[in-house]
Design a protein around this ligand. Structure first.
Ligand SMILES: C[S@@+](CC[C@H](N)C(=O)[O-])C[C@H]1O[C@@H](n2cnc3c(N)ncnc32)[C@H](O)[C@@H]1O
Length: 270
């Protein structure tokens, strides 16, 4: 476990406790939550599954997965996350790292990596995490991973400036993340160390981990960046219209990278 210690600034960022509220506190969080839930429900290979949520934080997704009738195990390296998740009904929570999962071979029908891949800035370590996910997944199961798109740092910067959100990231740094993908927001409120992928890079990392022919989905799509998102999300008719359109566009190849998050799902042969 020590060999795979989380970078200190990532740990310090999460120990501030922001994950408890992140997906509830505003329209962007609520859209992310709704779309992740919709995509997972459509990609899980049946009811009553053994689901492993790696990097599951305080259990925001583990909670509804357990309520849906799945047996959920959550693994996260941040002790305060695991302590909160361990209180959730139907969820077993363990401290651990995506690169060295504390789990038996072939023991889960679905393995979710909704966090670890973007916090591993070294490609070999991301492939290692995906190999671990494949190791613990059963035949006929799925591995689903979420990444942050290369465009996200730059689009967020434009949005923060338009909305007046406090941050101290320079325009030059935001452009650098767009060119290089290496996001290092040390000591910042807005986020922490991460790697921002192009969609094709994620598919290549899946292939190198033995996860063939994955399907990719733009989670929020480009409408996730509209400044008036609150008004859309709070109006049922407008929200349904948005969600229906996002389903139509979600796997359009030319738009996969124009979304804050991307979900990549590989089905293992039965
Ligand atoms: C932004 S949070 C996402 C939480 C939740 N999965 C979601 O989708 O909302 C990223 C999570 O990844 C976890 N994480 C970061 N590096 C990890 C690693 N190497 N192995 C496992 N989890 C990791 C963090 O502790 C944090 O809980």
């Amino acid at each position: 476990m020590d060999q795979w210690r989380l970078e200190r600034e990532i740990e310090a960022y999460y120990e501030r406790g922001g994950e408890r509220e992140r997906l509830l506190k505003n329209a962007r969080g609520r859209l992310e939550f709704t779309r992740m839930q919709d995509l997972l429900r459509r990609n899980l290979p049946g009811p009553g599954l053994d689901v492993l949520d790696v990097g599951g934080a305080t259990g925001v997704h583990a909670a509804w997965l357990a309520a849906d009738g799945h047996r959920v195990t959550l693994v996260d390296p941040v002790a305060s996350h695991v302590a909160v998740a361990a209180e959730l009904p139907g969820v077993e929570a363990k401290t651990g790292d995506a690169r060295d999962l504390p789990c038996e071979n072939d023991s889960f029908d679905a393995v979710l990596l909704m966090g670890p891949l973007y916090h591993l800035t070294d490609r070999d370590q991301r492939v290692r995490a995906l190999r671990e996910a494949r190791r613990v997944a059963r035949s006929g199961g799925v591995v689903a991973a979420v990444t942050i798109n290369r465009t996200a740092g730059w689009c967020d910067w434009l949005l923060w400036n338009a909305e007046g959100t406090a941050h101290s990231i320079s325009a030059a740094e935001s452009l650098r993340t767009l060119k290089e993908g290496d996001l290092r927001y040390f000591e910042q409120d807005v986020f922490t160390t991460a790697y921002l992928h192009h969609p094709g890079e994620v598919a290549a990392e899946f292939a190198d981990a033995g996860l063939a022919d994955p399907v990719q989905y733009a989670v929020q799509g480009f409408p996730g960046y509209i400044p008036q998102l609150e008004a859309v999300i709070d109006d049922q008719e407008a929200r349904d219209h948005l969600l229906e359109g996002l389903r139509v566009l979600e796997s359009e190849p030319s738009l996969l990278g124009a979304s804050n998050h991307l979900m990549t799902v590989a089905a293992l042969p039965a």
